[in-house]
Design a protein around this ligand. Sequence first.
Ligand code: MN
Length: 330
Amino acid sequence: MYMEAIDLKTILQTVHRVSIFTHVRPDGDAIGSSLGLQRILRTNTGLPVYLYCPDVIPAKYGYLPGVEHFRRDLEGSVKQDLVFVLDCSDLERLEYLKEKLQQHPRLVNIDHHVTNDFFGKYNLVDTRAAATGEMLYQLSRVWGFHVDFEASLCLYSAIASDTGSFKYDNTTPETLRITAELLQKGIQPSLVSQKLFDERPYTTLALLGEALKSLTLEQGGKIAWMRIDDNGIEKCGAKPEELDGFVNYLRDIENAEVGIFFYHARAGNTKVGFRSKSVDVARIASAFGGGGHPRAAGCTVEDAPSTVIKMVLNVVYAAVDEQQRERLIG
Ligand SMILES: [Mn+2]
């Protein structure tokens, strides 16, 4: 990482502009890293730094300084720029924005995903880093650049976001050492965690209340599920995207192995979200044409709502049964 960091510092002295790109459906690391790097480069080099993301930035990140700088379309040509692509395992993550970047002679790939395909001219990939924000702090150190309060708030938010508030296993001693240095700039951890994890619109809570009315436990509490439809969402004055994360409450129920959330859309399909503690739900979702990770997956099924629920529950019952059997044998 550091060899490349030194080359990059030299390149920074020869370019007139910098552009920073980050991925579609941006998360706290994508947004915080981009804003942090923009701030660090602006204050230490005086160069103009442009920020691009193919999606709208969710409103909850509005507290981050400079968040209004993100654009969805290119500002002029990026041919002569030094280009940073942050938190992306491959260029596909930039969707339509990737076109101007293929074969770019000064493309810098900074990322921490194990699946990174080294698409850059310069590749700073550290899979042990908890967040891209953590890598950027280290990079600023190597460059000898000052990280001010605003940049620290952005990088702290990036790290807090990707570590789930420092509670996932990617949180290393080095993560906490870097976080300690960021805190010294005057960050208020409670404010960041409130914005990133705790605060939600009133309508989201009303919607959760509505969905909870359908909460059902099956198979001795090993399966927990609930459902909602568009009428229920409208009744609460909420939007479908506010359902994000509801399925986690189901998995978090004591003794539940699998949580399933059904959203019946007016268009006639049902979006099914799965979370599990030990059952492979990616396999279940893929049986219905969906996919995901072993502990978090989803699919969309076109059938009558009650039929979808019955079909999905049957498959989950079988998977939970099979796992119980394996436990008894093993
Ligand atoms: Mn990340």
